[in-house]
Design a protein around this ligand. Structure first.
Ligand code: ATP
Ligand code: MG
Length: 384
């Protein structure tokens, strides 16, 4: 008998002619999420088994698995020989010792000498004899013991189904470049796209020395937290200090944010194209702040030709916060470090800037040279 984790994928996404690729990426992603932990990964009958791991680390492995996109459900349990004695030994370990319960058996091996109901009755009877505080309730039991008899002389025995995170395997839906700030929203935006199977690279703009090393560390922490799901290994950072100084010196103050955002998009697009990323991703939500009006979004879209995905555009702040808490980025996002957007922040940023006004002000700058200078200083940082 050995402890295993049984993983079932969200089958619906794995149908059709892409199935092989989906399955391949799914197992690659499982391996990536389990890196650093000794284990074996087996594929059996439309599910995956994690075996031969350090049993003291079972909880940690389960936690990692709970964050792999494409998983429908998973169970901690045992793989045993399919003899009824062995199944019972495992059932004692996964099952309850008091309260109401039922045994549910699935039989993949149709040659097995007992039928599924017979196995359930036999294991149930043995558990009742072993633990007198148990009673059977097949309709609304407090706990259950699941027995899955496989063709190869083995059985899987487990006590519950844990809900997986769903979604599609990362790397099966193209590549995107996430503009990640230290805020609450952009990590959630990255999560949403990775959940749909996108491979998400990270780009962060800073304005050192106006923004501190602590602010950068915060973004690195956020990127690592997001990577528990997105499995992204690198963060690109770019300084926009020189751009902000130029804008501050030469352009109308109320356009500071608008102009900076257009630079961010231009730089992001250049990096994305170099990397083969097919879109930009931001954490913008309609109307949340002055620059996130439809006019603001239009003015930044105007300088790029790649699509800009804004998965949070219709979300309320409350909804974004709830999701940020679920994925574990919220506590880090609210640490009080400055973002480059808050440096030189005007008292009254333009809410609905006219494109003609923006272009007039921008004409005072050498846009291409500023972008080139920013790109020349880009740094790539390994997250793990
Ligand atoms: P967030 O919580 O993601 O910071 P926000 O509500 O603070 O969002 P803004 O600061 O206006 O909104 O930023 C809007 C979007 O622009 C962010 O979600 C992010 O995608 C991008 N962005 C903002 N600042 C940066 C930055 N310093 N580096 C990279 N991207 C940024
Ligand atoms: Mg922000």
């Amino acid at each position: 008998m050995e402890k295993v984790i049984i993983i079932r994928y969200a089958e619906i996404h794995l149908k059709g002619k892409n199935r092989g690729y989906f399955e391949h990426m799914f197992s690659v992603n499982l391996e990536r999420s389990l890196r650093g932990i000794r284990h074996e990964l087996h594929r059996t009958n439309g599910r995956y088994l994690v075996a031969k791991f350090d049993e003291n680390r079972a909880e940690e492995i389960a936690a990692r698995i709970s964050r792999v996109f494409g998983i429908h459900s998973y169970s901690l349990g045992y793989r045993t020989e399919s003899a009824i004695e062995s199944i019972f030994e495992a059932a004692k370990l996964v099952g309850p010792q008091s309260g109401t319960f039922k045994v549910e058996t699935h039989r993949g091996d149709k040659c097995y000498p007992m039928t599924s109901p017979e196995v359930s009755r036999e294991i149930g009877a043995r558990l009742l004899a072993e633990f007198p505080a148990l009673t059977v309730d097949v309709h609304t039991p407090q706990s259950a013991v699941y027995v899955d008899i496989r063709e190869n002389g083995f059985a899987l025995v487990f006590g519950s189904f844990e809900k997986g995170v769903g979604g599609m395997p990362v790397s099966t839906s193209g590549k995107g470049l996430l503009l990640i700030s230290g805020g609450i929203d952009s990590p959630v935006a990255g999560y949403m796209m990775a959940k749909r199977g996108m491979s998400v690279h990270y780009l962060h703009f800073h304005s050192y020395p106006y923004t501190s090393d602590m602010a950068k560390e915060k973004v690195i922490s956020l990127a690592k937290l997001l990577s528990r799901y997105a499995l992204t290994e690198e963060l690109t950072t770019v300084s926009v200090t020189h751009i902000q100084e130029e804008i501050h010196e030469k352009c109308a103050a109320e356009l500071n944010v608008t102009l900076l955002r257009r630079f961010m998009f231009r730089i992001a697009e250049r990096i994305a194209r170099n990397r083969g990323d097919q879109c930009l991703i931001t954490g913008e939500s309609l109307g949340q702040v002055a620059s996130q009006t439809i006019e603001g979004m239009t003015s930044s879209n105007a300088v790029v030709s790649l699509p800009v995905l804004r998965p949070l555009v219709g979300f309320d702040k409350e909804e974004i916060i709830t999701r940020a808490k679920e994925i574990g980025t919220f506590e880090t996002s609210i640490l009080p470090y400055e973002d480059c957007c808050t440096v030189f922040l005007p008292d009254h940023p333009a809410i609905k800037p006219k494109l003609s006004f923006i272009e007039e002000e921008e004409a005072k700058l050498n846009v291409e040279a500023l972008v080139e200078e920013a790109l020349a200083g880009a740094q790539r940082l390994k997250l793990y």
